[in-house]
Design a protein around this ligand. Structure first.
Ligand code: ADP
Ligand code: MG
Length: 620
């Protein structure tokens, strides 16, 4: 048989490679803007027609190119930015592959005009589908202009694949924002179909953020500044009350390059802990400066990931810098005498205890209603060394207090409880107490009396503990009841997000989820765990995805744990929700029927006690 392998002709190879770099008009915008920045331009104009399908043009006042360089710039792997492999480890430029212009020229009509400052005349070069059509001398200002017309003219499949103008323009605008935010010292103008969308002068960072996101943004910015040996941070976070339901205002720049990092994002989220409503995301515009040697950006031209040498340290510094700023600018709650320092008050509730709760709750969802008799009657929480439910709960309460060392155990050993597990309140020992009361404080705490004094329970954390143990039990013993949805629920996710759900599918099914479809662009759910309102499903899953992204579970056990924690977090009764007295009592009972009632699933205290002795001391 004859040989069958052939080398592809250059233009075909170029087209294939181009597909990697240029996915849509926004990719062209990004590459051209970055080239202009690398050329040290101080003014850059972006002109776009029909969302880039007809024209993308970038004009800069940078250093320009010589006649030879103009021609060479379109060769694959032609770059002025690195010379040897070592240079890759100390990049100060955006580009370094020398691929962009070659790729763009392979799949579009390109006109390049460029002139060096020292020359009187410049060069104009026309290339269509990698073929040089003409090269002439031209009168043109110092700097470079690249126009890209008829993108994908020779790849109809690609062209047809482009989305509507609205969507493509959205992508272009996103790229423009990223570049413009990273370089406030450069003036940018952006025109679309003749109208000007942005026109920003050279300015400082705050002005740039405000110019791009609107004047209202100004009041919401909290400065973050920190400088350590390994990392310099500067920029802004948004005040918690301006947090958004989408992640659209989250910008990290590392050495002036836009990056995405779920890990560092988590650092910020955790700095905001207790200040954000569930399902809301903080805004941030942060510039990180690190030694170029300590990062690796050589991953993929279109990717925004980055590898850091020491992510853990960056995480810690970033988190504390943001926390510090939030505290310094009085965003964090002020501790007052009513409040234990171990509790975080969500910002939303600060100074507005009487206001209507701003969190929407599904009124029909009563987590106590259907499992109430079952839970108190069932001895299933008695394993793990506990003798009987009330005794066990009491023991663990006692253990927790003992370890804190703020009460002597004898205070509690005198307390007796009714042993009938059907009794609604384990604290209502009629022989000792004449009143059986719980009440709610600031729709946040459940206060109850015990013989030695007072018990204050954090309702959200307590409920998280209760739900967590319940979910964990379902997952591990694999019996759960599911409620069928009237209409299947379709949710869209990115392939990597879908993968996360897929990995947890078995565990999710054990809690009561039923999936009818799981494919690359999302999932279809037909059943949900009993008690989970349909409206909460997408929040639960989104929470779960982000929890997994930030804390990748490596064993099935930790995956179950994470799932249980995540669902408990999503579904637990929030602060701000009022509970009637039955619900309050039930919360107390359920909490002390847990194996570990003292702490929330994330290891925060669920309650505190105050002994009468201590109260008496306060009156002295
Ligand atoms: P890279 O940016 O990775 O080097 P490109 O294909 O984007 O590769 O560009 C190739 C080369 O062309 C660059 O290294 C640079 O020397 C030159 N060049 C491209 N755009 C400009 C510009 N706007 N001004 C000056 N030189 C440019
Ligand atoms: Mg480039």
């Amino acid at each position: 048989m004859s040989d069958i392998i052939q080398l592809l002709p250059d233009h075909v190879a170029n087209q294939i490679a181009a597909g990697e770099v240029v996915q849509r008009p926004a990719s062209v915008v990004k590459e051209l803007l970055e080239n202009a920045i690398d050329a040290n331009a101080t003014e850059i104009k972006l002109i776009v027609k029909d969302a880039g399908k007809t024209l993308v043009q970038v004009i800069d006042n940078g250093k320009g190119m010589s006649v030879t360089d103009a021609r060479l710039s379109f060769e694959r792997h032609a770059t002025s930015k690195i010379r040897a492999a070592e240079d890759l480890f100390q990049l100060n430029t955006k580009g370094f592959r020398g691929e962009a212009l070659a790729s763009i020229a392979a799949i579009a009509h390109v006109e390049l005009k460029t002139k060096l400052d020292r020359d009187d005349l410049g060069t104009v070069l026309v290339i269509e589908g990698s073929e040089v059509k003409s090269q002439d001398v031209s009168v043109t200002p110092t700097g470079t202009s690249v126009s890209v017309k008829h993108l994908f003219f020779n790849i109809p499949a690609r062209r047809n694949f482009l989305k509507s103008d609205t969507v493509e323009l959205r992508h272009i605008t996103d790229e423009f924002h990223r570049v413009a935010l990273a370089h406030p010292n450069i003036a940018f103008a952006f025109y679309h179909n003749g109208s000007d969308l942005f026109n920003v002068p050279q300015e400082n960072y705050r002005q740039r953020v405000v110019h791009i996101f609107g004047t209202k943004t100004n009041e919401k910015l909290v400065p973050v500044e920190e400088e350590t040996e390994v990392l310099k941070i500067s920029g802004f976070v948004g005040k918690p009350e301006y947090s958004k339901k989408t992640k659209s205002e989250q910008y990290f720049f590392v050495n002036q390059r836009f990056i995405k990092s779920p890990y560092l994002n988590h650092a910020i989220k955790s700095a905001f802990e207790g200040l954000l409503k569930d399902g809301y995301h903080p805004s941030y515009f942060l510039n990180l400066t690190v030694d170029p040697k300590s990062i690796d950006i050589n991953i993929h031209p279109t990717k925004t990931e980055i590898k850091f040498d020491d992510e853990h340290t960056l995480y810690a510094i970033l988190r504390s810098a943001v926390k510090h700023s939030l505290g310094q600018f009085n965003i964090a709650p002020i501790l007052d005498f009513e409040q234990q320092s171990s509790f975080d008050t969500p910002y939303d509730y600060k100074d507005k205890s009487a206001a209507a709760p701003s969190i929407e709750v599904d009124r029909s969802f009563n987590p106590f209603s259907n499992d109430s008799p079952e839970r108190s009657a069932k001895p299933s929480y008695n394993n793990g060394g506990f003798k009987s439910a009330p005794a066990a709960s009491w023991e663990s309460l006692y253990v927790g207090l003992e370890s804190k060392g703020n009460n002597s155990p004898s205070d509690f050993s005198e307390v007796t409880f009714e042993s009938d597990p059907k009794n609604e309140s384990i604290f209502s020992d009629s022989t000792i107490e004449t009143t059986k009361t719980t009440f709610q404080l600031q729709q946040k705490y459940i206060v109850s009396t015990i013989k030695s004094g007072m018990l204050v329970i954090d309702q959200n954390r307590a409920h998280q503990r209760i739900l967590y143990e319940n979910f964990l039990k379902h997952i591990t013993i694999q019996e759960a009841t599911s409620q069928q949805l009237l209409f299947p629920l379709q949710l869209h996710y990115t392939p990597s997000e879908t993968k996360i759900i897929e990995d947890l599918k078995a565990n999710l099914e054990h809690t009561g989820f039923v999936f009818s479809e799981l494919n690359t662009d999302g999932i279809v759910i037909t059943g949900v765990p009993v008690g989970v309102p349909e409206s909460e499903v997408s929040i639960i899953l989104e929470q779960l995805i982000s929890d997994v992204e930030n804390d990748v579970p490596d064993t099935n056990f930790s995956a179950s744990d994470l799932l249980a924690k995540s669902m408990a977090k999503s579904l637990a009764i929030k602060n701000g929700q009022s509970l009637n007295s039955t619900e309050q009592e039930h919360m107390v009972n359920s909490l002390f029927a847990c194996k570990e009632p003292n702490v929330s699933p994330t290891n925060r205290p669920t309650f505190i006690t105050m002994a009468v002795d201590d109260i008496e001391k306060k009156f002295m």
